[in-house]
Design a protein around this ligand. Structure first.
Ligand SMILES: C[S@@+](CC[C@H](N)C(=O)[O-])C[C@H]1O[C@@H](n2cnc3c(N)ncnc32)[C@H](O)[C@@H]1O
Length: 461
């Protein structure tokens, strides 16, 4: 226990000395963050739902992550916490500067700042607080009921990440989701730290920055990868991602196991859609069928260990397991939901009434074409309008093996995601049901006659 405590204290000391990602507001803002696309977080974590109204940023550093979230969801109330008082002080100062620039309707002076202030938008609804995300009384201190929690680059440096995951589970609202960004086994520090130690460098704490940069220059010259130069990275990065009291550079399998012990399940990872898309090119995805999302992601990570995992998690109780390929429950709120990440274009009717469709997710960089049966193509526009397929509506998609596999693949690609009973069924309104769907088959069962070269674009994206 003492060892854990002293380790946590050393971590805090490191961030007090070098707040992350830095203290220079203009530079921070113009650099932006490295989180995955926010529509992906929502589409996978809370498919078909309205934007989050209460967000917790767990381990916010000097605030960039919270500013980006507030720009994207300006109406959301954001609580951003960090156990480093200096990091929180920097974040508050930066928020004041941005808020003042916003009130005056102009930037804070320099051109880069002017752009940035506009880009970052509302910061008024962010509350920055000093708090420890492993504190079992956290919810009593900052409140709970968050429908989205983001935790980027934090749990990798915690001696007991499971404890933090259990605390965060208590802070989540039913139907909410957690975004977790954590180091993977392929993180450069996995090999870099032992190498630096052999030169007598203290990797537990950055002490001699000049000597460290000199060695990193050598490493960069020898180690040919696409991760960029270490030697020229900001001091805050070197103190946090190269030197540091503790590192969990774990495989996805290890993170998933830790998360499960704390009651979470992985429902998506940012690398899964583009990786599956690549596999599809050779028609090799069938060998993975019917692995569930977490298992799929684990298998890919075994082949190519990621340096950093970006994953969405939900509480185990709200994730239905046992039918990994498709979900066929009929209760309200359950079923497969359209994630809104893909735009659909119907290209042409092929032989036997089958319809060729193209799906494009600009935010994920994924694009593919596939063939649907005429019945599926006819049902798809209504699904896009309503957002949910459950019970009887699902029968079209699971009545034969080919359709089941297609739906399984679409889940992996992030076209659809499993919704759960504890989510309000947004978009299932009577009005949505009454609106006449556009697209192939909207007026009749088969799209064949009128759509020989039909092109129709889905309203969601
Ligand atoms: C690498 S930084 C990431 C900051 C921010 N999430 C970002 O991506 O810009 C890790 C942050 O986690 C904070 N942190 C580490 N352990 C913590 C804990 N137990 N409670 C709260 N914050 C913690 C550190 O102080 C540091 O600011």
């Amino acid at each position: 226990m003492n060892a854990l405590l002293s380790s946590a204290e050393r971590i805090k000391k490191g961030y007090e000395r070098f707040p992350y990602p830095g203290v220079d507001g203009a530079a921070l803002i113009s650099r932006g963050g490295s989180m995955p696309p926010l529509p992906w977080m929502l589409g996978i974590g809370r498919p078909g739902q309205v934007p989050p109204s209460r967000i917790l940023v767990a381990g916010c550093g000097t605030g960039v992550e919270a500013f980006i979230l507030s720009q994207h969801w300006p109406a959301a109330e954001i609580v951003a916490i960090d156990f480093s008082p200096r990091s929180i002080a920097v974040a508050r100062r930066l928020a004041r500067t941005l808020g003042a620039a916003e009130r005056k309707g102009r930037g804070v002076g320099q051109p880069v700042r002017r752009t940035a202030a506009r880009r970052l938008g509302a910061v008024r609804r962010i509350t920055f607080s000093v708090a420890d995300l492993t504190d079992s009384a956290l919810v009593e201190k900052i409140g709970g009921d968050f429908d989205l929690i983001t935790c980027h680059g934090v749990l990798s440096c915690l001696p007991d990440p499971g404890r933090a995951l259990r605390v965060l589970a208590k802070a989540l609202k039913a139907g909410g989701a957690l975004y977790l960004g954590v180091n993977g086994a392929g993180h450069p520090a996995t090999a870099l730290r032992p190498w630096l130690s052999r030169f007598g460098v203290d990797v537990l704490e950055m002490k001699d920055e000049r000597r460290l940069r000199e060695l990193l220059g050598l490493w960069d010259a020898l180690y040919d990868d696409d991760l960029g130069e270490h030697a020229t990275m900001p001091a805050s990065y070197l103190a946090s991602d190269v030197c540091g009291a503790h590192f969990n550079n774990w495989t996805l399998g290890a993170w998933r196991a830790e998360a499960r012990r704390a009651g979470w399940e992985v429902v998506g990872t940012a690398v899964l859609p583009p990786a599956l898309r690549l596999i599809m090119e050779g028609g090799r995805e069938g060998a993975l069928y019917p692995a569930g999302i977490g298992e799929l992601a684990e298998r890919l990570d075994q082949v190519r260990p990621a340096g950093f995992h970006r994953m969405m998690l939900r509480r185990v109780a709200s994730v239905k397991t046992g039918i990994p390929e498709v979900q066929m429950r009929g209760a309200r709120g359950e079923g497969l939901r359209w994630t809104g990440l893909y735009r659909v274009t119907f290209l042409a009717v092929a032989r036997g009434g089958a319809v060729k469709v193209r799906l494009v997710a600009a935010s994920l960089g994924v694009r593919f074409e596939g063939v649907l049966t005429s019945a599926e193509a006819a049902a798809l526009p209504s699904w896009l309008k309503i957002g949910l397929v459950s019970g009887a509506g699902m029968k079209i998609w699971v009545r034969n093996e080919a359709a089941r596999r297609r739906m399984w693949l679409w889940k992996g690609l992030g076209v659809v995601a499993v919704a759960t009973a504890d989510l309000p069924a947004e978009g299932e309104s009577a009005a949505a049901g009454k609106r006449r769907p556009r697209g192939p088959g909207a007026k009749r069962e088969s799209p064949r006659a009128k759509n020989a070269v039909a092109s129709w674009t889905s309203p969601v994206d």
